[in-house]
Design a protein around this ligand. Structure first.
Ligand code: APR
Ligand code: ZN
Ligand code: ZN
Length: 365
């Protein structure tokens, strides 16, 4: 039995209860979860903005310690500390063999089940699904071997958890997807856990202006700690006009949407200048459509692209991100602002809804 936070119904609170977790099968690993981040992606499932099979244990931003391995597992052993990755890869599908393992077709097809289509989580006969094959809003998790990446240096579990999602998603959006060039201007819409990592990524590659855009004054002030050079409060006045003013009327060279809505997607497009690269990171509600000025796209040669998991490869990029943290180049220490127990998870999401700054993290004993 493991204690877990289970989502039974869209719109309802998570239920904290004991559920059964089967042993890891071939190619799977049992992890004692150390910490799990409060990311907005889980909130999308709770609100029904993103569909998922129910009941489900959410939680996709985590780190922990390997406790047992199933047959055939060779890359980790009990006692190893690991990052969790919610984009495991099968290594055989078209996406995996063409360098896009973060978009693994077989992971997509099996969704919140293990690769064999079954679950290890259940309550008697009732199957409980594993979000991202991670399900780290539970004391223990069974995950695919490719869903863990060894931690090779000294990092607190709370910070390590962030390397499971918001760090690769945000920093990767800058370095692996948009490929932001030194000296360029950048606007970032949405300065939560992921957006702050976009800002840190832009600072790392020496962008000249980094314009933080949010609807909260506290978020904007907090963003200055992570490398923002200018702030725009979108609830005061049209953020597109404000970003244009801050870029001499030209619009930004790179813009990032890091909230997840049709309006902010359109704003990210509109505030980009000539040859502008618009990167969509946030996940808008299913069915959302953003109206884009088609003529402007051609005349100004704009590029618009989505990025998932920052277009990173967990096994290659997580160790690099850890090294960047250890070298003092990623300020994850200030990013973690609140710790909660698993019992407090509904309160933690309430704090996110109420606009608390930075990242909250669930800590396990
Ligand atoms: N304009 C600008 N910022 C906004 C707006 C808006 N209209 N509405 C909300 N925001 C800000 C919030 O104030 C908050 O600071 O967006 C930020 C979102 O931060 P978090 O709630 O911490 O979300 P985060 O976990 O960073 O995820 C952001 O990335 O991976 C995806 O699914 C995730 O869609 C989500 C997005
Ligand atoms: Zn996330
Ligand atoms: Zn694959």
């Amino acid at each position: 039995m493991v204690k877990a936070a289970v989502l039974y119904e869209v719109g309802s609170q998570l239920v904290i209860e004991d559920v059964e977790l089967d042993d890891p099968q071939a190619g799977e690993v049992l992890v004692k979860v150390g910490a799990a981040g409060i990311c907005r992606s889980d909130r999308h499932f709770m609100h029904g903005d993103a569909p998922i099979a129910l009941p489900v244990v959410l939680g996709h931003e985590g780190a922990g310690t390997v406790e047992a391995v199933g047959p055939g597992v060779t890359s980790v052993k009990p006692g190893d500390q690991v990052f969790l990755s919610f984009v495991p890869s099968c290594g055989r599908c078209k996406s995996c063999i063409t360098g896009n393992s973060h978009l693994c077709d077989n992971h997509g097809a099996t969704g919140p089940n293990m690769y064999d289509g079954t679950t290890r989580l259940h309550k008697g006969d009732q199957r409980i699904h594993h979000m991202g094959k991670t399900a780290c809003f539970a004391e223990h998790a069974v995950v695919p071997e490719t869903g863990v990446v060894p931690i090779h240096g000294n990092i607190g579990m709370d910070k390590a958890a962030l390397i499971g999602c918001c760090v690769p998603t945000g920093v990767g959006a800058v370095t692996s997807s948009a490929n932001v060039q030194p000296g360029s201007t950048v606007a970032v819409i949405g300065c939560g856990g992921v957006g702050l990592n976009v800002i840190m990524g832009a600072a790392l590659v020496n962008a000249s202006k980094i314009i933080a855009v949010d609807i909260g004054e506290a978020q904007l002030e907090f963003a200055m700690k992570f490398g923002a050079t200018h702030t725009v409060n979108a609830s005061d006045r049209d953020p597109v006009a404000q970003v244009r003013e801050l870029t001499d009327g030209k619009g930004a060279d790179y813009t990032f949407e890091v909230f997840g809505s049709a309006d902010t997607t359109k704003a990210a497009y509109d505030m980009a200048g000539k040859k502008g690269v618009v990167t969509i990171v946030g996940i808008a509600p299913v069915g959302a459509e953003a109206g884009i000025n088609a003529v402007d796209m051609v005349r100004n040669e704009k590029t618009m692209r989505g990025t998932y998991y920052g277009s990173t490869h967990a096994s290659v990029d997580m160790p690099k991100l850890l090294d960047m943290y250890l070298a003092g180049k990623l300020n994850l220490d200030d990013l973690v602002v609140r710790h909660y127990s698993l019992d407090q998870i509904n309160e933690a999401y309430g704090d996110m809804d109420n606009g608390e700054v930075g990242r909250g993290v669930i800590m396990y004993a």
